[in-house]
Design a binder for this molecule. Structure first.
Ligand code: AGP
Length: 368
């Protein structure tokens, strides 16, 4: 692996652009493309069919990947999920049943809180499955089974390609769980896998619209506060969008479940607060549209990241719409990671910030 920026100004830009390739490589490791089936690279020391739930724990962006996976495990495999940030999970003393499953997610495999949560799960007699990017890491070594992300070294402090590869592996795991639990038949699996293998091409397509995101970034860079909204899997994507923006541009950003808007954050809406709405055309799209109307009625400036179908149908009054390619609703988070990352990146570059080494942050948090 060559560790240089190549033709890019920053590692983060290079890593964003590498995503079609590394997601494709990760997929090739987990999917039999011809058969339209998930084939896990390791055999599992537990049976998904026998689990009553799965516990997920991680920090930061890896935690948000876990939040997306909660929807997948619950919807695709009807497997209940409990999830917490590792800094809480390690001290909560949650009763974890013997022979249950704890799933930890970490790019570095060295995050102190995530490692401590893994050790706690082991002390309770749980099986541990880690989704890690560094296969020689402590978390990988100490887990009962490791499902690697094949993102390659991630140098930028803001996690990008590791996140989309984590999502890819997690969706493959949810599909494997669905098959084992009888909630996904062969035809259903094939449909989902066929949609999943289109993700790298759609990410590449999203990347070709980078100039439009740069224009949006110019607007966002003037803001003091930014809200991100989404429903369903777009809710954790809103959290991730806000984290990405705040960590590299230092603009205050909050992610909210769109339905929570009227329970508080709507008080913040005025023309100075851009509201980034992540809304692929999925089962909850119409609900998100009504939230956008509430924002528009209060003079809020909406930036919609959605597909052409959704925006056109509703003639929404937005400051800008970033049009994504049409994508299967389950797979959407993997593809929507791209515009979210590009928006944070270009905003920070526009503001002259040190994108690869933001202040106060370390790539790997190995102390508590
Ligand atoms: C994301 O952009 C971060 N800088 C941070 O939240 C990171 O995801 C978190 O520290 C977890 O790291 P890990 O994946 O190496 O465990």
């Amino acid at each position: 692996y060559r560790i240089d920026k190549g033709e890019y100004r920053h590692f983060m830009a290079k890593e964003i652009h590498e995503q079609p390739e590394v997601v494709g490589r990760t997929l090739a490791h987990y999917v039999d493309m011809a058969q339209g089936r998930v084939v896990l690279p390791e055999s599992l020391p537990f049976d998904f069919a026998k689990l009553s739930r799965v516990y997920i724990t991680a920090c930061g962006t890896a935690f948000y990947a876990g939040l997306v996976a909660r929807y997948w495990f619950e919807q695709v495999a009807r497997l209940p999920v409990e999830i917490d940030v590792a800094s809480e999970a390690r001290y909560r003393e949650a009763p974890l049943e013997k022979d249950g499953l704890t799933l930890v997610i970490s790019q570095s495999g060295e995050t102190a809180d995530t490692l401590a949560s893994l050790r706690y799960a082991k002390s309770q007699g749980q099986h541990t499955l880690s989704v890690v990017n560094v296969p020689t890491s402590t978390i990988a070594r100490e887990s009962s089974v490791v499902m690697p992300t094949l993102a390659g070294p991630e140098i930028g402090v803001a996690s990008t390609k590791a996140f989309s590869c984590q999502l890819t592996v997690l969706l493959c795991l949810a599909i494997a769980a669905g098959r084992a639990r009888g909630t996904l038949d062969a035809a259903g699996e094939r449909r989902l896998v066929d949609a999943l293998i289109k993700a790298p091409g759609l990410m590449a397509e999203a990347l070709t619209h980078e100039a439009a995101i740069e224009g949006l970034a110019r607007e966002v860079s003037k803001a003091r506060d930014v809200l991100y909204l989404g429903r369903g899997t777009s809710y954790p994507m809103a959290l991730e969008g806000a984290l990405k923006l705040k960590e590299i541009s230092y603009i205050h950003a909050e992610g909210y479940a769109a339905g929570e808007l009227k329970h508080g954050p709507i008080a913040l809406i005025d023309e100075s607060v851009p509201v980034i709405v992540i809304a692929p055309h999925d089962a909850v799209f119409e609900k998100t549209v009504s939230n956008m109307q509430e924002v528009a009625a209060r003079g809020g400036r909406i930036v919609l990241i959605g597909d052409a179908k959704g925006a056109a149908e509703h003639g929404l009054d937005t400051l800008a719409t970033f049009t994504m390619p049409a994508v299967n609703a389950t797979v959407a988070p993997i593809v929507y990671a791209v515009p979210i990352q590009l928006l944070a990146y270009h905003t920070a570059v526009f503001m002259g910030k040190d994108v690869d080494q933001p202040r106060n942050l370390a790539k790997s948090v190995t102390v508590e």
